[in-house]
Design a protein around this ligand. Sequence first.
Ligand code: SAM
Length: 249
Amino acid sequence: SAGLYLVAVPIGTARDITLRALDILASADVLAAEDTRSLRRLMDIHGIAVGDRPLLAYHDHNGGRMRPRLMQDIADGKSVAYASEAGTPLIADPGYDLALDVRNAGHGVVAAPGPSAVITALTLGGLPTDRFHFAGFLPNTAGARKSFLLELKDIQATLVLYESPNRVAAALDAAAEILGPDRPAALCRELTKKFEEIRRGTLSEVAQSCCDTPPRGEIVLLIGRPNSSNVSDQDLESQLKAALGRATV
Ligand code: SAM
């Protein structure tokens, strides 16, 4: 039925897409994508034809111009499926303004949830997942990065950051300096892809590994909360008990 359908697509492996997402892509009246070529390729892989349906580009640079067109389609009773280039739309990707406008106009917004690099990194990274703070991309100038990291410094949660491979070494150095070199960290690279890799260690160790072997591809950085370690609370407790036991003997 009419409305905006926000469709999550894979972050690497083409088969990481839900059956419902495929149904929506197969049946929507209008298709919109951050990158029309990658949506077309994905639909191809899954045997879904675009046919004579419009397949429109909607991204940061043309969103303002395209929104009225998509809003009109929805007002005319059409269903519009939107996918960003990878993962979940709106998560460090376009779609927020569109969803807001559609909702404010009184039309339906439907999510077809699926992969996102945030959740995949938390799943594999090995840092506590009970509380996390997703901070998106770090700013790319040194000064802005520093004040951004200062804002994150005292947050009592695992920090999740997106970073590009050319900047990750500088970002890790800055994080080690501002957050402390001994916080646990995990660099999660090329998730769900052929060269998937997780580098774990302290911030300074992971920073060093980036100097030794610069990581390529797509990266999510996880940083443990202040005073955290890779040891779980349970292990800490038993270590403490053992130490106390020795002390009283
Ligand atoms: N909407 C996407 C999501 O739900 O995760 C994020 C889009 S954002 C423009 C792209 C960034 O996400 C990359 O620079 C990288 O930091 C992260 N990312 C996306 N796919 C990834 C993957 N397969 N492995 C590691 N990081 C990934």
